[in-house]
Design a protein around this ligand. Structure first.
Ligand code: ADP
Ligand code: MG
Length: 256
């Protein structure tokens, strides 16, 4: 059989096997292998590696697209020098992602603009790149979903916000919630307890959570589960959004 016919048949097989990237680069990789005197093994290796990395890249892109992340920023873009009171080592140690393997939680506390969402997003990005399922939601949106699900015929057991290995609930305590919403949120956290990881960000100190969740008994039970296996990162510092504005425009940054 002529080379042209063989190539044609390989292309058809690659299409049927859904290996499109291998089909695209087959000829160029083959020519490079011939020119470089590469072995069959190394030719096949080059071809497969390209397909695998393309697939991996598109998996990460798709997961990030549907994750709900408000922006995509990595930890490399986080300027620790701007937040000198933040324990850099404590934060960086989270990035080995062992807390996700251990089904632990992370809580970022601090005033607006100190980087809580940025840190949560960069952990989600790392987890996604490592092949873990991620889901990002604000507290407000989550409550909406939990309520909708609570009254739906089919409960949300299979939904991303329940089943993801890492769920981020951003802005806990920004908007007040009623008792029913509070119960739904508590049940959500209780369901994930020791099963999967949750990251929470809040501008409220734990001492203010009793007011937030109405009932001190619920708050105690809630914090008990949330904090049992957890890392709490308290960020005491200035807003990054207001950097450089102090003095110039008379905007006072909140003292730590
Ligand atoms: P928070 O959630 O605490 O209100 P964000 O994480 O949303 O704050 O941060 C506000 C903006 O400032 C974002 O664009 C974030 O990327 C950026 N930012 C915050 N802190 C830092 C920092 N230390 N280094 C670089 N960018 C930062
Ligand atoms: Mg935020």
């Amino acid at each position: 059989m002529s080379d042209v016919l063989i190539l044609d048949r390989i292309q058809t097989s690659l299409m049927r096997l859904r290996l499109p990237r291998m089909g695209e680069i087959l000829e160029s990789v083959m020519q490079a292998a011939q020119a470089g005197g590469k072995s069959y093994l190394s030719f096949l290796d080059d071809l497969l590696e390209e397909e695998v990395s393309r697939r991996e890249q598109s998996r990460v892109e798709t997961s990030l697209k549907i994750s709900g992340l408000p922006f995509i920023k990595s930890i490399d873009e986080f300027d620790f020098a701007f937040q000198p009171k933040l324990d850099r080592q404590q934060v960086m140690s989270l990035f080995d992602l062992t807390f996700i393997g251990q089904k632990g939680n992370v809580v970022f506390l601090g005033p607006p603009g100190v980087g809580k969402t940025h840190l949560a997003v960069s952990l989600a990005l790392k987890a996604c790149q490592a092949g873990m399922s991620i889901y990002f939601t604000t507290m407000e949106a989550l409550i909406g979903k939990l309520k909708k699900d609570h009254y739906a015929e089919r409960k949300g057991r299979g939904r991303s916000y329940n089943k993801s290995a890492l769920v981020i609930v951003d802005e806990v305590g920004y908007t007040p919630i009623d008792r029913e919403e509070c119960n739904l949120f508590f049940r959500f956290i209780a369901n994930r307890y020791e099963k999967a990881s949750t990251i929470i960000t809040s501008n409220k100190a734990f001492s203010d959570w009793t007011e937030l969740f109405h009932d001190p008994v619920i708050v105690t039970a809630f914090l008990d589960r949330l904090l049992h296996h957890s890392v709490v990162v308290n960020i005491k510092g200035n807003s990054y959004r207001l950097r450089g504005k102090v003095g110039k425009e008379g905007v006072e940054m909140s003292p730590s």
